[in-house]
Write a new protein. Structure first.
Length: 356
């Protein structure tokens, strides 16, 4: 039988690849051709491709679809791309939403692979190509820096506890201080390395300069945004970005009896979400537009943190818009919009400082 579309849905784990091989026929009916499990290393990749070829020899090319699961999918994706196989990488939240929409209640490696395959057959997706390795370097450095800050905070808490005790062990305090000084030095080294990396690449430097034109966002935050999104490689719109960061709003209401608090999902990239925390408060403090927006949201909800999260979301969305349009933040955007007709045209709506 000839098929219109053929996909291999791959649920990637650290050690294995659980695969579901499916096809779409001319009546748009889906068929599961086979399922298999393979080792997650180059020998297993070769066995996977041979398995696919043994099942399907038709004209429709096979598309390999997988989730962006941490780092475990990267070797397979690069290997398949180098062998000229079409690859699609999907953000995990899209697959989880798809599974909920299809009422998948039992979640195993096999059902996840089936869902990824079905997603690939039903959706029109863009083929993946490797991003510039510089974004991976950014991600590694910014994550190492975050882990270092967490470790230093833990050590400072331990130091405070030891110094506040009735009996102080001088040797313990000395070693804790030495470790804190070492982490301070290493963080300085990472910051310098990040700065040098950004300035070594003209394209990356331009992207960082554009994003840092937004009030509250500095070089290190811009580095986290670009590193965690791979230069916005898989992001297609603002809503997808906020969902990827776990800053999307969850509301549950049903009639008069069921009504939960509105909250963010937190099902997303924790590094990206964390990076927007302090920039939001800096923007609120130093930028009148964000300050006004924050005050209005606090007056409406009465919850300061809820208003702050809204500003975090606005900053993240704005960084995506600025990256795509390549136009810096315009603090006069609203002033221009409110000008009377006088031959001066306001910036287009894709311009850059919209507040809801």
């Amino acid at each position: 039988m000839e098929y219109l579309k053929v996909c291999v849905g791959i649920d990637v784990a650290q050690a294995e690849l659980v695969c579901s091989f499916g096809a779409l026929d001319s009546t748009l009916k889906q068929h599961t051709l086979s399922r298999g499990t393979f080792e997650n290393h180059p020998k297993g990749f070769n066995v996977l491709v041979k398995w696919v070829k043994s099942i399907h020899t038709g004209e429709a090319g096979v598309v390999f679809v997988m989730e962006a699961t941490g780092v475990y999918h990267q070797k397979l994706a690069h290997w398949l791309f180098q062998k000229s196989h079409p690859v699609v990488i999907v953000l995990p939240n899209r697959i989880s939403n798809f599974m909920r929409g299809n009422n998948v209640k039992t979640i195993t490696d096999t059902t996840a692979a089936d869902a990824i395959c079905q997603f690939g057959l039903e959706k029109q997706l863009d083929f993946w190509a490797p991003a510039d390795p510089i974004y991976t370097q950014l991600q590694h450095l910014t994550r190492e820096r975050d882990q270092m800050i967490n470790e230093r905070t833990m050590l400072k808490n331990q130091l405070h506890a030891h110094q506040s005790a009735a009996f102080v062990n001088a040797s313990t305090v000395k070693r804790l201080k030495q470790r804190i000084r070492l982490l301070d030095k290493q963080q300085t080294d990472i910051n310098r390395e990040l700065h040098q990396l950004i300035n070594s690449n003209a394209t990356l430097k331009e992207q960082v300069n554009l994003i840092t034109s937004i009030p509250g966002i500095g070089e290190q935050t811009a580095a986290v945004i670009l590193g965690e999104t791979n230069g916005f490689e898989l992001i297609r719109n603002k809503r997808q970005l906020t969902s990827y960061a776990g800053l999307d709003v969850q509301v549950k209401e049903s009639g008069k009896s069921v009504k939960t608090k509105t909250r963010i999902s937190k099902r997303g990239n924790k590094y990206l979400r964390k990076a927007m925390y302090f920039p939001a408060f800096t923007a609120i403090k130093h930028n009148e537009q964000y300050k006004t927006s924050y005050a209005r949201l606090v007056a409406k909800s009465g919850i300061r943190m809820k208003a702050a999260v809204s500003i975090q979301r606005k900053l993240l969305e704005l960084s995506y818009i600025i990256h795509k349009t390549k136009r810096p933040f315009d603090p006069l955007y609203h002033t221009m919009k409110e000008l009377p007709t006088s031959g001066v045209s306001a910036p287009s709506e894709s311009g850059l400082c919209r507040f809801n």
